[in-house]
Design a protein around this ligand. Sequence first.
Ligand code: 6GU
Length: 224
Amino acid sequence: MRIDILTLFPSLFDGPFSESMIKRAQAAGYAEIHLHDIRDFSTDKHKRVDDYPFGGGAGMVMMIQPIADAIDSLKAQRTYDHIIYLTPDGQTLNQGIANHLSLSGNIILLCGHYKGIDQRIREHYITDEISIGDYVLTGGELAACVLVDSIVRLIPGVLSDEESALTDSFQDNLLAPPIYTRPSDYNGWQVPDILLSGHEAKIEEWRMQQAIERTKKLRPDLLK
Ligand code: 6GU
């Protein structure tokens, strides 16, 4: 999968994309992530990318030209399955959306800043609008990192243990059961006996019960 990210702050992505799973996914060729500085596309002599809102009001608005030219230049090179705008008023990200997007070939992520982007970009270019939750971030960059992480780990082959994405919390609308590792007794804190029993079927049944109980208690909304 190829992911093109349009942002005013490309260096915000340096850390998250250069460690762990996303780093490995890129090195192994499963994901290609390209960062583009929106400011590079500004035709303004001062490289301005924002302007005052028509009608007045607080905050600046990201203007059409640099964003439109950036998206046009990408679309001239390949076709995109999704052109996604990260915005707090988008659809809230969930595992189903991540699963769906992980099947894409090429996607563009557009990160907004200031008060947001000119509405006409949303109307004429954007195919999906995604939020990562009901709170406000300074810009779409951190949200884009979250979205990329949630998608890339689902690309077949990226996770070392192919099983593990299947047993994630939320994959079946259930929270994951508790997990333990050695020692089985830590100063009197015991691992549940069933996990030491070697009874695979019983262990699976226990895990499913635990998952259902935890979900009922902590996230009953998932069971509806
Ligand atoms: Cl995608 N962007 C911003 N600026 N804030 C957010 C968000 C996105 N998702 C939740 N809060």
